[in-house]
Design a protein around this ligand. Structure first.
Ligand code: SAM
Length: 237
C-alpha cells in the first residue's frame, strides 16, 4: 500500500510505528531510505559467511520481516532459529503474516529489545532500529548483544548517520531530500515527516558507532555499506 500518511495538512504528532505506518511500511522504507534493498541483500551475504549451525539469528526491530526473510532464504547452515522482535503490535502482526508464508523456523515476539536476553546467537541484526533507541540506552543494548553472541558471531547495524563536517552534512541531506522527491514525496510530505520524526530518530556519526562496538568488546568492526547518509556496520566477536 502506498505511503500517503503525510500527504494532507494535519496536526503533527510524534511519529510512531502504529497500524497506519505498519500498513504502508514496505513502501515508506523503500521510498525514504536510499540503498534499503542493498542493505537487505548485504545481510543475506553475511549469513552465508558468518552463520553457524545450531545457533539463533536475531532480527531486532523486525517491522514487517524483510531482514528475517533475508536471513532465512540465504542461510546455508543447519538447525537455526530466527527470532524476530518488535515492540509494535501492528508490526508484529504484519511480520507474523509475512513470515508464515515463507519461513518455518521463525519466532515472532512482541517485546522491548532493551529488556530481552540474547542467547546462542550467531547473527544479530539491528537494521534501522538502533536510531530509535534512547541514546543513553544504546551502549547497554550493544553490550548485551555482545554477551549473547557466540565466538565468531556478528552484529549488523544499519542506521541513518550524520557527519560532523557541516559541508558534507548539507550535501548528504540535500541528496537525501532529492532521493525522496525522486520517489514521489511532495515538499509537504517531506517537511511534515521530518518534523514528526526529528525527536524520535536520533542519529550518531560513524565514530560513535565504532566506539560503541569497541567498548562492548568487539575486536573488529567496519562500515561495509553506505548510500548517502545511511550506513551498515559489521562487528565481529
Ligand atoms: C525502521 S523500522 C526497522 C526496519 C526493519 N528492521 C527492516 O529491516 O525493514 C524500526 C522498528 O523498530 C521497532 N522498535 C523501535 N524501538 C523498539 C524497541 N525498544 N523494542 C523493539 N522494537 C522497537 C519499531 O516498532 C519499528 O518496527
Amino acid at each position: 500500500m502506498r505511503d500517503q500518511i503525510f500527504s494532507q495538512e494535519n496536526d503533527l504528532v510524534d511519529f510512531t510505528f502504529d497500524a497506519q505506518v505498519a500498513d504502508v511500511f514496505d513502501d515508506m522504507v523503500r521510498r525514504s531510505v536510499p540503498g534499503y534493498q542493498s542493505m537487505i541483500e548485504m545481510i543475506g551475504l553475511c549469513v552465508k559467511s558468518y552463520g553457524q549451525d545450531n545457533a539463533n539469528y536475531y532480527d531486532l526491530g523486525a517491522s514487517t520481516g524483510a531482514t528475517s526473510i533475508a536471513l532465512s532464504v540465504n542461510n546455508p547452515h543447519n538447525n537455526n532459529r530466527i527470532i524476530a522482535i518488535d515492540n509494535s503490535p501492528s508490526m508484529v502482526k504484519k511480520c507474523q503474516h509475512n513470515l508464515a508464508k515463507k519461513i518455518d523456523n521463525a519466532n515472532v515476539i512482541c517485546a522491548d529489545i532493551n529488556t530481552i536476553e540474547i542467547t546462542n546467537a550467531a547473527i544479530v541484526v539491528l537494521n534501522l532500529t538502533l536510531q530509535f533507541i534512547a541514546p543513553k540506552a544504546r551502549q547497554a543494548l550493544i553490550n548485551s548483544i555482545y554477551q549473547g553472541l557466540n565466538q565468531g558471531g556478528i552484529l549488523i547495524v544499519s542506521e541513518k548517520i550524520h557527519f560532523n563536517n557541516a559541508h558534507k552534512q548539507q550535501l548528504m541531506t540535500d541528496l537525501h531530500l532529492d532521493f525522496k522527491r525522486a520517489n514521489g514525496y511532495s515538499e509537504l510530505e517531506i517537511a511534515a515527516k521530518r518534523q514528526s520524526i526529528e525527536n524520535i530518530l536520533i542519529t550518531d556519526d560513524k565514530k560513535n558507532h565504532f566506539e560503541r562496538f569497541k567498548k562492548a568488546g568487539f575486536n573488529a568492526s567496519s562500515c561495509h555499506f553506505q548510500c548517502l547518509n545511511f550506513a551498515s556496520f559489521l562487528a565481529v566477536k
